[in-house]
Design a protein around this ligand. Structure first.
Ligand SMILES: [Zn+2]
Length: 491
């Protein structure tokens, strides 16, 4: 054995080491070897691999690597970082950073994440993904990778790569998995480094953003109530909830339901997230330089039948919407409020004339999203007896009588829900029609408690009661409700 052969053999990697680097299973490795996709050689009955061959495989199949290798991403990346010496080396480095960026985007897509967060931490650059509204730490990359990664996304977004001390934001369009993706990219200087947040703005099937009216998950009686409001020629429908409650999804679904060739639908939103074919959608934000009130006034010159306003927060906007509702338009608006009684109280605080409100208001949809029990690992649950009794009392106060015997469900945790037992979300609704005693109570500025009592008497559940009903149906768990709706229980 010559000296050079020995040297070469020392460089050879064991099957286990190669597997670690590629982050693939034994089965996958076997498939790649037998299929000739990965080159290796047998030395004394053992597979051995040259780095160059692994490198060639990575270069050839970055998608496979992204899909299969993320557990071993860090190992790969250490190995990817070349010393930037010659121009050639620099070019390779850029290609590898590009592959890394793509690996991260691919992972986010596979997990159906809405955002990617890359944050400088003491021990490296932490990659976090948000899906179903919850952040999940994915991996810490070596800190030296952060700057080139941020620079890569800046280049894609036509941002200033040299500027690292000021926040920047822009749009990136990338082809991935055979589709074009529009990403919102934002950078922020953080302690000598930069943090990066990437939001997926257009999903291939924005199932979570575009939902048909009938698929909103409104219970039959609520669906009927809202359906009646939509048939009115004029009046105001309010969709309320805190941020992340899905109120914009509902507003869009109602808008789509109303958008027909016979009607002119005009919407003003801070940002058009879902394009509704047939509707005129205008953005009012700092970029367009338009205020919501300005746009609403302009709408009046365009003869609309239906007016939609996302996130109204100022008195002027509300007054314009009420005027439109009184003047023969059907108006849909979203507001930040916790419940029916809360939005009425907020409008009163804004000094909206109660009679003007009551005479225009058709009804209020208040909503929240909670995590759904994973359908793939649902098992029977035996929640704590005290928790069940507390839920029973709260549900009863919220308008829902829990049955004596319930077969509770929870998610045991599986690969599809990554062991969390929860996958996807369901909406919980409080749907209140403004009629009869409720209308009279709004006009005379009745206190919140009284509005609550009247809403329950009219057969509307509050969101917690709606949640208990969903738990009884096995869609969510009591523990999820007590955590996610804790703020609604302060009464
Ligand atoms: Zn599961």
């Amino acid at each position: 054995m010559s000296e050079s052969t020995v040297e070469k053999e020392a460089e050879m990697l064991s099957a286990e080491a190669a597997r670690q680097i590629l982050g693939i299973s034994r089965t996958t490795m076997h498939r790649l070897l037998t299929g000739g996709e990965l080159h290796g050689s047998k030395v004394g009955g053992q597979w051995r691999f040259r780095r160059a061959d692994l490198d060639a495989y990575v270069e050839r199949a970055p998608h496979d690597i992204a899909a299969a290798a993320l557990p071993a991403l860090e190992a790969e990346i250490r190995w990817w970082i070349p010393a930037p010496e010659s121009g050639d080396e620099a070019a390779t480095s850029e290609a590898k950073i590009g592959a890394l960026a793509e690996a991260i985007l691919s992972l986010a897509l596979r997990r159906e994440a809405s955002d990617i967060h890359i944050e400088p931490r003491a021990d490296g650059a932490l990659i976090r993904l948000r899906d179903d509204g919850v952040l999940d730490d994915v991996r810490t990359l070596p800190l030296p990778l952060l700057a080139p990664l941020v620079a890569h996304f800046k280049k894609l977004g036509a941002l200033n790569v040299a500027e690292t001390r000021a926040p920047q934001h822009g749009w990136v369009s990338v082809p991935l998995a055979g589709r074009k993706w529009s990403l919102a990219v934002a950078t922020l200087p953080v302690g000598g480094n930069e943090a990066l947040t990437i939001g997926f703005q257009s999903r291939p099937s924005p199932a979570s953003l575009r939902v048909g009216f009938a698929d909103l998950g409104l219970p039959a009686e609520a669906l009927e109530r809202v359906g009646e409001w939509l048939e009115q020629p004029h009046g105001l429908i309010l969709v309320v909830g805190p941020e992340g409650s899905g109120k914009n999804t509902t507003l869009t679904a109602l808008m789509e339901q109303l958008t027909t060739p016979e009607r002119k639908v005009m919407a003003v939103e801070e940002e058009t997230v879902v394009v509704v074919p047939g509707a005129v959608q205008v953005e009012a934000n700092n970029t367009t330089g338009l205020s919501m009130a300005q746009v609403l006034r302009a709408f009046m010159r365009h003869d609309p039948d239906i007016i939609v306003a996302g996130a109204v927060s100022e008195r002027e906007g509300v007054e314009l919407l009420l005027r439109s509702a009184h003047n023969g338009h059907l108006v849909l608006a979203a507001m930040d409020a916790a419940s029916f009684s809360d939005v009425i109280a907020k409008l009163d605080e804004m000094e909206i004339e109660p009679f003007v409100l009551s005479s225009a208001l058709l009804g209020v949809v208040a909503q929240r999203l909670v995590r759904r029990v994973c359908r793939d690992c649902t098992v029977d649950d035996a929640p704590d007896a005290a928790l069940v009794e507390r839920a029973r009392a709260l549900a009863s106060a919220g308008g829902y009588e829990m049955p004596e015997k319930v077969s509770w469900k929870r998610g045991a945790g599986c690969a599809k829900c990554r062991g969390t037992g929860a996958r996807g979300r369901i909406a919980l609704y409080e749907v209140v029609s403004n009629a009869g005693e409720i209308a009279a109570a709004i006009t005379r500025r009745a206190p919140k408690d009284e509005l609550e009592t009247l809403a329950r008497a009219a057969g509307s559940l509050d969101v917690f009661a709606a949640g208990v009903r969903a738990a009884v149906e096995g869609q969510t768990s009591l523990s999820t409700l007590f955590v996610s709706l804790a703020d609604t229980l302060r009464r």
